[in-house]
Write a protein that binds this ligand. Structure first.
Ligand SMILES: NC(=O)c1ccc[n+]([C@@H]2O[C@H](COP(=O)([O-])OP(=O)(O)OC[C@H]3O[C@@H](n4cnc5c(N)ncnc54)[C@H](OP(=O)(O)O)[C@@H]3O)[C@@H](O)[C@H]2O)c1
Length: 363
């Protein structure tokens, strides 16, 4: 961490401004007393949602000190080395999946780091899928919806959610896998029903999920087509292994067996029209909105198309994805690596849609 900025509500605003009753320093987290008789509060640097703003999401983004995680039975604390941005973090700042009463909430759905025993680890960020650490009746959630996220020096998750990081992958690479890449893996290999030799269309080539789907699809022997609004991104999609990349909405040279859809309203009609009879449209996101002007209902039933919803993936699928990357040499497409205290730049880049691949924050 190269600097400390922004708000502070658990201690002094900077190490330089440390109060005389500061108790100690471990790793980078600091222990403070608000006064000589108050309980010790351990604080750490974090990037968090302080307010919800549907129209200007970045106005609610704060960088500063937040309480460090406290030990909890069945949970592990991980020192975060790298964490990656997902569009989900922008949705959180807009209040989608994150109600006001859960603020402030540290953002960041995925991370790689070092656990309490010094092991290099990756997090599975779906909490409560199996009841581990939370009890059987708690509904599934993704880090940052109910539990504090990974854009911090430390994060706590149920120990069940901690997986070994393959040595072949760097922390930055591993930190890209638990959300966007896992989602693409499940969309392609669990929900699209494709096999080597089949064809697939990936909408919005520059996105985190989309670049993952192009790379994973190519590595698995699929004929991958892609769309992007941007010519430079179309060129890069072909460099990643797409057979052809066309402008958003343009006709493909052939119909495809499956579509990987995360853009939503802007590309929905094109996705439906691009499928072969009996083909499968897998959707996991709607960045441009969830109300397409043309739903293409007639085409869906007449050609017996399948529409499949997909969200994140299981711990088993994440283990498979990690070993797929280790075995094949496939690596996440990283747009930019920034130190955690420059997180705002990464958010601005993602909000403007300029990125190609994943934006990674490091400690
Ligand atoms: N259900 C789940 O478990 C899950 C998991 C991960 C992500 N998601 C969702 O999937 C979506 C993508 O996530 P991400 O992290 O990959 O996002 P991202 O990295 O921000 O990528 C979004 C991409 O969508 C394309 N796009 C955006 N607006 C568009 C428009 N109006 N017309 C055409 N294309 C447009 C852009 O591609 P081009 O610039 O190349 O056109 C952009 O790069 C988000 O909505 C996210 O919430 C859901």
């Amino acid at each position: 961490m190269s600097g400390w900025t922004g708000a502070c509500d658990a201690g002094p605003s900077s190490p330089q401004g440390r109060a005389p009753w500061q108790e100690g320093v471990s790793h980078r987290a600091l222990w403070f007393r608000r006064s000589p008789w108050a309980p010790i509060v351990k604080v750490m640097f974090a990037v968090y949602a302080a307010r919800i703003d549907r129209d200007q999401p970045l106005s609610g983004l704060e960088l500063g000190e937040r309480p460090a995680p406290e030990a909890r039975p069945g949970w592990s604390t991980v020192n975060v080395k790298a964490a990656s941005l997902n569009h989900h973090d922008l949705w959180s700042l807009r209040g989608v999946g994150l109600p006001e009463d859960r603020l402030p909430m540290i953002l960041g759905c995925d991370a790689a780091g070092v656990d309490e025993d010094g092991n290099e680890v990756v997090l599975h960020s779906v909490i409560g899928q199996s009841g581990h650490g939370v009890g059987p009746k708690e509904p599934r959630s993704i880090l940052t919806e109910r539990y504090q996220g990974t854009f911090a020096e430390q994060v706590a998750v149920p120990t069940w959610n901690v997986l070994p990081k393959p040595k072949e992958l760097s922390f930055e690479e591993a930190a890209c896998l638990p959300t966007a890449w896992l989602t693409a893996y499940r969309m392609l290999f669990t929900n699209a029903g494709v096999r080597p030799g089949d064809s697939v269309l990936v909408q919005g080539a520059g996105g985190g999920v989309a670049t993952a789907a192009i790379v994973l699809g190519k590595a698995a022997g699929l004929r991958v087509f892609a769309t992007s609004r941007d010519e430079a991104k179309r060129k890069r999609a072909v460099e990643l292994g797409a057979v052809e990349a066309v402008e958003s909405g343009a006709r493909l040279p052939q119909r495809v067996d499956a579509v990987i859809e995360t853009v939503g309203a802007a590309t929905w009609s094109h996705s439906v029209k691009s499928l072969k009879p009996g083909g499968t449209l897998v959707i996991s996101g709607a960045t441009s909105g969830d109300r397409p002007s043309h739903a293409e209902l007639t085409r869906i039933f007449f050609l017996e198309l399948k529409i499949v919803g997909s969200t994140m993936g299981t711990k088993d699928e994440l283990e498979d994805l990690l070993s797929f990357c280790a075995a094949t040499g496939v690596r996440p497409v990283i747009d930019e690596v920034l130190p955690m205290d420059r997180a705002r730049e990464g958010f601005e880049r993602m909000e403007s849609g300029e990125q190609f691949g994943k934006i990674v924050l490091t400690n």
